[in-house]
Design a protein around this ligand. Structure first.
Ligand SMILES: [Zn+2]
Length: 428
């Protein structure tokens, strides 16, 4: 494997032996011993975007596939595991309108289920290369078997149909993290938007009551709370509320590049194991407009700068790597696609990060957090599921389900009870 030219120039100057190539050899060796887990890869959306029948395209991943990711490039990049993303674009992108109260049904829940179906079938179609994983033990099993651990992340609560019941079922289907928003507000939480300020939503531009219930439910079912994409207030409220560690599955440091998608230092200082802090993890993204300088051509050293800045506040045991491959229109020089991960690992090794620290950055830090989230879930086993619903819903109680004037579907005593009910959906 060859190191990109710019890195050689940057790192080899003045060295008798080229430290860059030595670091790259060391990186590859380390990645063959310890799995690199990338917490955000959008390959499923590429499959869905390119094919009317997405499942028919899955076999193509064994060879060159459009975008940043396919199996040969993941193998070349020594990728140990990936979180495949269940995502559907926000309603404004697909010309749907949930209304000011987020209560008008959209297609997002169906689309999210179909994305999850693509992921499950993608894993099943490539049993020699991909292996489903949910826990850290699953990850290590897959890695030892020589397969890429395949975990599932869900991005944005706008896909949940405002329903905690839907969330619980996604948990059963293996979803391991939930990003509280994408670029739009939802019935649960306020978003940071797309980069330019968007009108605020909800009280204080943070979590709603339903969003607070959601956090408790995520803790209970063992899904990691992901604060990427959320407003600063949502971040602060979720950190305070969550009983389990929180994560940013793909974000950068705002102090290095002032973008609302990045995490500001004062919020980073809330992460740790000191008084008033919550354990957590920040996985550094590769997207040039977030890491800056932008417009410009940020390279792999810039991603390492973000990791080092974040680690300087939260510690080297609370950082990791998240490409956002296949979810961005431009990539970083030196990290152009899934074959290039070793360049970033080499960069940090050359900066003096120890192999032990790097095992953490690759995946050890994340697996520690996953274990802690699972332990919290285990401790909450006796808690009943939340019965909360969106207060704005007009379909509950289901007073129209008796068949209206036909009176087809209700026994007589049920009909009489419904007719005597004070609370009617049309009175909300
Ligand atoms: Zn994202």
């Amino acid at each position: 494997m060859k190191l990109s030219a710019f890195l050689l120039t940057q790192l080899c100057v003045g060295f008798v032996q080229c430290s860059a190539s030595r670091c790259l050899d060391q990186a590859v060796k380390l990645m063959e011993e310890s799995p690199l887990l990338d917490t955000h890869i959008d390959l499923p959306q590429i499959i869905r975007s390119l094919n009317r029948r997405p499942l028919d395209a899955l076999y193509q991943l064994n060879s060159s596939y459009p975008g940043h990711v396919d199996i040969p490039r993941m193998r070349a990049g020594r990728l140990g595991g990936a979180f495949w993303t269940v995502w559907a674009p926000c309603y404004d992108v697909v010309d749907e309108d949930p209304g000011d109260d987020f209560n008008t049904p959209t297609n997002h829940l169906r689309d999210a289920m179909e994305m999850l179906d693509i992921i499950q079938n993608m894993i099943a179609r490539h049993p020699d290369d991909l292996q489903y994983a949910r826990s850290s033990a699953d990850v290590l099993d897959a890695f030892k078997a020589g397969r890429i651990a395949s975990l599932i992340g869900m991005e944005g609560t706008h896909v949940l149909g405002n329903s905690l019941g839907a969330l619980r079922l996604f948990a059963q289907l293996g979803v391991r993290y939930l990003t509280l928003t994408h670029t739009c507000h939802s019935a649960f939480a306020s978003s940071a938007g797309f980069g330019t300020p968007i009108p605020q939503a909800h009280e204080g531009n943070g979590l709603t009551e339903l969003g607070r219930e959601l956090i408790k439910e995520l803790n209970r079912v063992g899904i990691m709370v992901d604060l990427s994409h959320t407003s600063d207030t949502t971040m602060r409220q979720a950190i305070a509320l969550s009983e389990a560690p929180v994560v940013w599955t793909h974000a950068g440091a705002r102090a290095l590049w002032d973008h609302p998608r990045n995490v500001p230092d004062d919020i980073l200082r809330l992460i740790g194991d000191g008084p008033g802090q919550k354990d957590g993890l920040i996985q550094s993204i590769f997207f040039p407009p977030f890491i800056g300088p932008w417009p410009g051509a940020p390279n792999v050293t810039r991603v390492a700068d973000h990791i080092e800045h974040i680690a300087g506040i939260v510690g080297r045991n609370r950082v990791g790597i998240a490409s956002d491959f296949d979810g961005m229109y431009i990539s970083v020089e030196g990290l152009e696609d899934a074959s290039k991960y070793p360049n970033l690992v080499a960069e940090l090794l050359c900066r003096g990060w120890t192999e032990e620290e790097m095992r953490g950055v690759l995946g050890g830090n994340l697996m520690r957090i996953m274990d802690k989230v699972d332990a919290v879930s285990e401790s909450l086993k006796g808690r009943w599921p939340s019965s909360a619903i969106s207060e704005k819903r007009k379909d509950l109680p289901a007073t129209k389900w008796g068949g209206g004037g036909i009176n087809t579907y209700w026994p007589t005593d049920v009909k009489e009870k419904v007719e005597k009910m004070q609370l009617r959906h049309d009175e909300l």
